[in-house]
Design a protein around this ligand. Structure first.
Ligand code: ADP
Length: 676
């Protein structure tokens, strides 16, 4: 038998998948990588753009605060410069502090001497020298502890004293001694009434302190100690004392005494109304202690900066806040250095904060004025600008509260980019899958066509060549007898049948592929269909060493189906059973009813199939033996046609097999009308 050489059908299955996979990979990975790259770039740019935009907006607001701050300090410097310093210095102090222009102030005269706060310089000669009576009285009081006798002695001195200062001192000492002896009523009387007389108003101790206000404080303290706050003189004495302490137009009260008395009043009289200049007095005193005034210079020469810290704060550079030696206290020196205004750091920052609150309209940001050296390291500000000419050592810092609004705004845009990117990738993937499916289908079709051409040329040529050889032999008369002629004719007829089956299968397959195969369903009697198929192959199974048993159940129901198609199913199965069995073939065809189905079973004792092969034999062009010289011939279409027909009838086909022992193919067809 002549066989044409061709590449076995099904060979190379799976090889074609690689280009498709590669294509898929390139088609998806490359655009995805590009999209991801674009997305990353776009997101970075978006972040930068939004950051820049918002930063600009914030900077604009910060600059507005800066300009307000500049105006604010310009106004303040102008107000400080405009103060009439030639009038009372104490009044100027009280006015500046009272108006809130500064926390405290030191006022100098043209020669650089401090005018306020200042203690009254007393003339040593202005006080009468201590008399023998005074020395005696003091001994009685302190050495002999005889307060009563001391009180009498002090009374005598007071009566006889020509000097108002001495008289006042003696009265005060007498009251003290009376207090010691428990005669507080008499003591209060002297302190609150006698010493309140106008003639004692400016009486001083030798160290320059006024006696009257001290006596008033003593009277009040005694009233509190004795629980006599209902004393008729209590309120008038307290009011007179407070008036003296807060009356800055009177220059007679030394600043240190004023400060001392203010503290005492606040301690002795807890419900005393607050004394508004006390904090300023304390601050000024602390300042003078840490910045002792320099030597005075003649009025005509320009004032010297006494404090090296003030160097550089002259008119030339313009006024500017500088740190003082006091912690967290800043000083602003007026032109001519007649005035040093003091400001606490908290006040400077708070003023800027309230300005910022009225000028920053953006939410979630806070503007702070901070000294350059104190910028928070833990939470760096978003933007920093200088605080203007008056605040050279300060800067305005903008902090973002809560979550970073820049990244929040950017995140919103980025989410849009991200989703767009994901959408593009999904579309690319879907398109690539579609294209890959289409390409692989086209490749499969091409492969199918090639397989078909190879199979057709191989399988058609073989029987034709056999027939041709037999016919030639007969024509040339190269036969022995009539019997040999019959044998040759039988062979020709068999090859013819094989050829017809082959062509039938090709046609069915072709229609199947083009979805053109139509079935004509009708009620069928299974016995009749089976018998028709058996009749067609009877002749092949009659040869020696070949047996076909047909076992038909009696209770076979009728089925709905295409008679010719079902005959093709049985013929293909019987044909295979014959082809894939060797000597001593025994094939059994059974038909029986089971579970509303009719089962057609073809059992053979042939070469059998491996487990792996049973899974693939229904695929088109699949053949277990793909060698060119396989004896059975065939093109690997028979079982795929069988499965196609069976499925079109709503049935199933299965196979059980053991290599070397044989196979059983079972077709199950539903009983009753076919819905397919
Ligand atoms: P072919 O035209 O090659 O017979 P089929 O589709 O009918 O094509 O069968 C596919 C393959 O299944 C065959 O090539 C064969 O290897 C295997 N096969 C089919 N029937 C049997 C059987 N009864 N016993 C063993 N192998 C079989």
């Amino acid at each position: 038998m002549v066989r044409a050489k061709y590449r076995g059908p099904g060979a190379g299955h799976g090889q074609g998948a690689w280009p498709v996979l590669l294509l898929l990979l390139v088609a998806v990975v490359v655009p995805t990588a590009c999209v991801l790259w674009f997305m990353t770039e776009a997101m970075r740019n978006e972040r930068l753009a939004i950051r820049q935009k918002l930063t600009e907006a914030y900077r604009g607001q910060l600059l507005a605060v800066q300009s307000q701050l500049q105006t604010h300090w310009e106004d303040r410097a102008a107000a400080l410069a405009g103060v009439d310093l030639d009038a009372g210095a104490g009044e100027a102090f009280a006015d500046l502090v009272g108006e809130g222009l500064c926390d405290s102030v030191i006022i100098y005269d043209r020669s650089g001497r401090v005018r306020y706060p200042v203690d009254v310089q007393t003339e040593p000669d202005g006080q009468a020298p201590e008399t023998a009576e005074w020395i005696h009285a003091r001994r009685l009081e302190y050495e002999e502890n005889d307060a009563g006798a001391a009180a009498a002695s002090y009374a005598t001195i007071a009566e006889q004293a020509a000097d108002v200062n001495l008289a006042a001192r003696a009265l005060q000492a007498r009251a003290r001694c009376l207090g010691k002896t428990g005669r507080t009523g008499a003591a209060i009387d002297i302190l609150a009434r006698t010493l309140a007389d106008d003639k004692y108003r400016n009486a001083r101790t030798p160290d320059g302190h006024l006696i009257a206000p001290g006596a008033q404080l003593y009277a009040i303290r005694l009233m509190h100690v004795t629980g006599d706050v209902e004393h008729p003189d209590y309120h008038s004495t307290l009011a007179s004392l407070v008036q003296r302490l807060t009356g800055y137009e009177d220059p007679t009260l030394p600043s240190s005494q004023r400060r001392f008395l203010m503290h005492q009043v606040q301690t002795v009289v807890p419900d005393c109304p607050p004394l508004p200049t006390l904090v300023a007095e304390d601050l000024a005193a602390d300042y003078l202690e840490s910045h002792p005034p320099g030597p005075a210079v003649p009025d005509s020469s320009p004032p010297l900066p006494a404090d090296p810290l003030l160097a550089g704060t002259t008119d030339k550079e313009g006024p500017c806040l500088r740190p003082s030696r006091l912690p967290s206290v800043w000083q602003l020196v007026s032109p001519g250095r007649r005035l040093v205004a003091l400001f606490t750091q908290d006040r400077i920052a708070a003023e800027a904060q309230s300005l910022a609150q009225t000028h920053v309209s953006l939410a979630d940001v806070s503007v702070k004025l901070v000294p350059r050296t104190a910028r928070a390291r833990r939470r760096p500000p978003l933007i920093v600008v200088s605080a203007g000419e008056y605040l050279l050592d300060w800067e305005l810092a903008l902090y973002v509260e809560g979550a970073d609004p820049l990244s929040e705004a950017a995140d919103k845009r980025i989410v849009i980019h991200l989703w767009t990117g994901i959408l593009v990738i999904v579309v690319i993937t879907a398109l690539a899958l579609l294209v890959a499916r289409y390409v692989s289908r086209q490749m499969k079709l091409t492969r199918l066509k090639n397989d078909l051409i190879a199979t057709v040329s191989h399988e058609l040529k073989t029987p034709l060549a056999s027939m041709r050889a037999l016919v030639d032999t007969l024509i040339e008369g190269r036969y022995r007898d009539r019997h040999q002629v019959d044998d040759y004719l039988q062979l020709i007829a068999r090859e013819n049948t094989r050829l017809s089956r082959l062509i039938d299968n090709f046609l069915t397959f072709s229609r199947m592929e083009r979805n053109k195969r139509t079935f004509e369903f009708a009620d069928l009697r299974v016995e009749e269909t089976v018998n028709a198929a058996v009749e067609a192959v009877r002749e092949r199974f009659t040869s020696a060493g070949c047996r076909l048993d047909v076992e038909l159940s009696d209770d076979l129901p009728a089925i709905t189906g295409d008679r010719d198609a079902l005959i093709t199913v049985i013929l293909n199965l019987l044909d295979n059973a014959h082809k894939y069995s060797e000597d001593d073939r025994h094939v059994i065809l059974r038909a029986y009813a089971a579970d509303a189905h009719v089962c057609l079973e073809v059992e053979d004792n042939g070469i059998g199939l491996s487990r792996r092969a049973t899974k693939r034999i229904f695929d088109r062009f699949y053949q277990v033996d793909q060698s060119l010289s396989r004896p059975a011939g065939g093109c690997g279409l028979g079982l795929s046609i069988v499965r196609f027909i069976v499925q079109a009838h709503g049935g199933t086909i299965s196979v059980t097999s053991q290599p070397g022992k044989g196979s059983t193919f079972t077709v199950r067809l539903p009983v009753g009308p076919n819905d397919e």
